[in-house]
Write a protein that binds this ligand. Sequence first.
Ligand code: SF4
Length: 419
Amino acid sequence: MAHQSRNGVRDWFVIYWNRTVRTTRTRGGTDLESRLRAMTRGGALYEKLPEKKVRCVACAHRCLVADGHAGICQVRFNEAGELRVPAGYTAGLAVDPIEKKPFYHALPGSLACSFGMLGCDFRCGFCQNWVSSQTLRDPRAGADVVEITAEQIVEAARRHGALSVTSTYNEPLITSEWSVEIFRRAREAGLATSFVSNGHATPEVVDYLRPWVDFYKVDLKTFNPRNYRDLGDKLEPVLSTIRMLYERGFWVEVVTLLVPRFNDSESELRDMARFIRSVSPDIPWHVTSFHSDYQMQDRHETSARQVVRAAEIGREEGLHYVYAGNRPGDVGDWENTRCPGCNALLIERVGFTVVINDLRNGRCPKCSAAIPGVWTMEDVEAARACGRREAPKLDIAKLVADAEGKFERVQGGSTTRAD
Ligand code: SF4
């Protein structure tokens, strides 16, 4: 099956229903749940506790799970004192430009093979992948799954010319063990690897992933702690994750889906940009346009003018690389990469297409400044060999407490800035 995406880039859904992979199921309900229960194995990211209880550490919920019960994500469950975790299936497999993830400073112009499973530890009303992320909570979703091996996913990536494989569509942290199994095979085949994640991680899972994940994209959804609680948990672990990822040497890019009347006030955008800058001004920040989806049908899509203004705020706050996304051809220069030193145009893009790449060995051709990124497979290899980076000491608890004080609850349960 192939379809034409919004900006004209052709996607290939590499579905093996009738070819090399056996179809296992169908739509919705208990049939899906029982199938998913069968496609599990013993996990790595948990601690055994007395009375056959376990503590899962794959995400910052740190669920205490009693025998016979599942965690908040509903896909990891305790069976007789062992945490069973998803493995051996996919709910979606596609090959498309890495810019779609989006990664703009990692192997630009290459193809990425994306795979996803089911479930999420959050419940965002504006989720644009809700069919896979919320399928175990919402009977309208009705996603399909297919048994598949790690070797078959890597083979699909190679056959379609991808340079990387990406765990995406649902929240990859909750399926970390299965992703690592795929990434081990991908590394053997000479491919790069990445996570597209909500960043609701723990130090344990970040350390578990570090040997196997090259690029990590985090959604910073809001700087309002109360809004984060409505989505599923807290702001603090997401901020800590961004810092941890940077410190441990992942290539990190941050994305904020700009949702009108949710996270689009100038002061909130400034807080997000300031936080990213405090970790490193070289972390790319993508502000992307929302379109009505799932439970958030009561507002219009984000205009090009709004995402451009958000990008300008990022630049005013000192970020070196800010991009306006999901509005191909409508946001002027904000799809491009320029040298922060001399302003030379380095990479020109339209949507997910790289039109020009003028980088010379990762440097500006005009002033020779080194441009942060993982531009080639040689850079990927070099980045794997690097140890920890210097990261600033940040009092994230205080940052969150300060942010809490800036918002006040208003009628209807949503929140707004008090300043
Ligand atoms: S992944 Fe998160 S939500 Fe799921 S069981 Fe583990 S701690 Fe709980």
